[in-house]
Design a binder for this molecule. Structure first.
Ligand code: FAD
Length: 509
């Protein structure tokens, strides 16, 4: 090194040597119990804090072995691992149970470092320990309280899930875990919030106070299972962040506590009563619709001969006015009777459009059609979307629509000797639409009939021995009234698939 680099700059502060005594004073006055031992743990030095913690004065303790502090309840394996580390000249940290001079026990967090000389021999050990009895007591208190809260929460008959502001589940209970396995959805809390508060993630992140609600009901549909009805309450709670960055700031964030109760049995009872009423209402409406259709068809068919009569009148008027007059009178009388008939055609009931869950409508239809499905030996594969956003619609008309489609499917498969009889019913959300598919494993509809099938009074019953039902024109009307579309296609089995699409923002007429 050159003299220039070694020389100190004229104004640089002078580097002072630390006097050896300063080391001793620093160690002696440190707030941590410090001891220095020989390689056999015999104490050579102990500072004032050591005396304060252990109760032994330096005079009493120097010359004693550190094992004097042992309460002899610390497991021997712990000392064995301690000495294994120290013998390998590695530092060791752990907790031991010590006894003070007066016999009082305290929990010590102990750190031991080997002091190694230039030849690589361990000459001393430096021991530092502090009394962590109070900290341990507080930790145990928190832990006990946590266990207590967990046991109370776990034994509660309702499911709990606590979400942090990012939507992560940070706490749940046994009932919630049961929901996870029963419902077979990725995260029931998210599924429920999606159905009850579609913008919940954004709201929870930006305006958590808007996320409180009480006892809102959600229906979860499961493939091949009965639907579950859950009542959900959500309350926003303040959560303290445990990150180091929040040590000096409040760092609080909002959490969302969901309390979920299963109200399926209650709802099933109500549903049973409702289904019975529905069945009666639907049967009544079907009868009325049949009368309406029968009368309309009769009038439609009578129009034809009457038109022929009208042409005959105009031809006869020149050649045989007398006969033309008689025929004219007969025609006028017939028209009058036709008009009377038209007036007695029963009108369809006026229904108010309400918020509707289509899964619920489909489930009702399956319930109502169960006796027919059973007697026709049809297996049902019900694959609903777990939750569906509501649409605005007329419940009775929609039930009639899907019942007509299911009836057609049953009829299509109910052919003597027809083996595969499966009805598949699916609901899904695709883009901005709810798509419902009613698929059968019957012989299917010939391509050329797919549009004709929607014409009023069209029936294939006599054409090919295959009856496709008479409700399709009415079904198309209901779908159109709800701003949707209906189409017939080939199902994967070669049978018929009726696909109905309703726009989520659709507005019924
Ligand atoms: P011991 O007979 O001392 O030994 C227990 C086990 O440790 C034996 O199975 C033996 O295999 C192993 N062992 C003991 N001495 C050695 C050694 N020199 N080399 C290798 N293995 C060995 N203990 C406390 O309980 N409280 C303390 O606060 C504490 N502070 C310590 C501070 C320092 C700096 C050091 C070096 C040790 C400290 N010890 C402390 C450990 C203490 O020396 C004893 O090992 C321990 O207390 C167990 O004592 P014992 O009489 O039950 O068993």
């Amino acid at each position: 090194m050159s003299a220039v680099t070694r020389a100190q700059a004229p104004n640089a502060p002078q580097k002072k040597e630390l006097p050896p005594e300063a080391y001793r004073q620093a160690v002696d006055q440190a707030d941590l119990a410090i001891s220095i031992t020989d390689p056999k743990a015999n104490i050579l030095f102990a500072n004032a804090a050591f005396a304060h913690v252990t109760g032994y004065t330096p005079d009493e303790i120097v010359g004693q072995n550190e094992s004097l502090l042992s309460n002899h309840t610390t497991p021997p394996e712990l000392y064995q691992s301690m000495w294994r580390e120290l013998s390998a000249q590695r530092a060791w940290t752990g907790k031991v149970l010590n006894a003070r001079k007066g016999g009082e026990l305290y929990l010590a967090e102990l750190h031991i470092s080997p002091v190694v000389d230039s030849k690589g021999n361990t000459t001393h050990f430096l021991g530092m320990h502090r009394d962590i009895t109070e900290m341990h007591r507080l930790e145990s208190l928190v832990l006990n309280q946590k266990h207590l809260i967990e046991s109370v929460v776990d034994s509660a008959p309702m499911a709990f899930a606590l979400l942090d502001q990012s939507g992560r589940i940070v706490l749940d209970n046994q009932e919630y875990k049961k929901l996870v396995s029963d419902l077979r959805v990725r995260e029931p809390a998210h599924t429920l919030l999606d159905s009850l508060m579609p913008q919940w993630q954004e709201t929870l992140a930006k305006r958590p106070e808007k996320c409180n609600f009480v006892s809102r009901e959600s229906r979860i549909d499961r493939p091949a299972g009965r639907p579950r009805w859950l009542s959900v309450s959500a309350s926003v709670i303040e959560m303290h962040s445990d990150g180091a960055d929040s040590y000096f700031s409040t760092g609080n964030q909002s959490g969302l506590l969901l309390v979920i109760s299963d109200i399926t049995s209650l709802r099933e009872e109500q549903e049973k009563a409702r289904a019975a009423v529905l069945q009666a209402v639907l049967a009544d409406e079907e009868r009325t619709a049949a009368i309406r259709e029968g009368l309309s068809a009769a009038i439609f068919r009578l129009e034809e001969p009457m038109n022929v009569m009208a042409s005959a009148v105009s031809v006869l008027q020149r050649r045989d006015p007398a006969s033309a007059g008689v025929l004219q009178q007969a025609l006028a009388a017939s028209r009058e009777h036709m008009e009377m008939l038209r007036q007695v055609i029963p009108q369809s009931p006026q229904e108010i459009a309400v918020r509707i869950n289509l899964n619920e409508i489909l489930r009702d239809v399956l319930e109502i059609c169960t006796p027919r499905l059973l007697s026709a030996g049809v297996m049902v594969d019900w694959q609903p979307a777990a939750t569906l956003p509501p649409i605005i619609g007329r419940p009775l008309q929609l039930r009639m629509l899907f019942k007509a489609l299911v009836d057609n499917a049953i009829e299509a498969m109910n052919i003597k000797g027809w083996k595969r009889r499966e009805l598949s019913l699916t609901s899904a959300v695709e883009r901005d639409c709810i798509v419902i598919a009613v698929m059968d494993t019957g012989p299917g509809i010939p391509h050329e009939w797919r549009h004709k099938a929607f014409e009023p009074f069209f029936t294939a019953k006599n054409g090919s021995g295959r009856h496709i039902g008479t409700g399709l024109s009415r079904a198309q009307q209901v779908v159109a009234d709800h701003g949707g579309i209906i189409d017939l296609a080939e199902s994967p089995s070669g049978g018929c698939a009726a696909i109905v699409e309703f726009r989520l923002d659709g507005d019924p007429i």
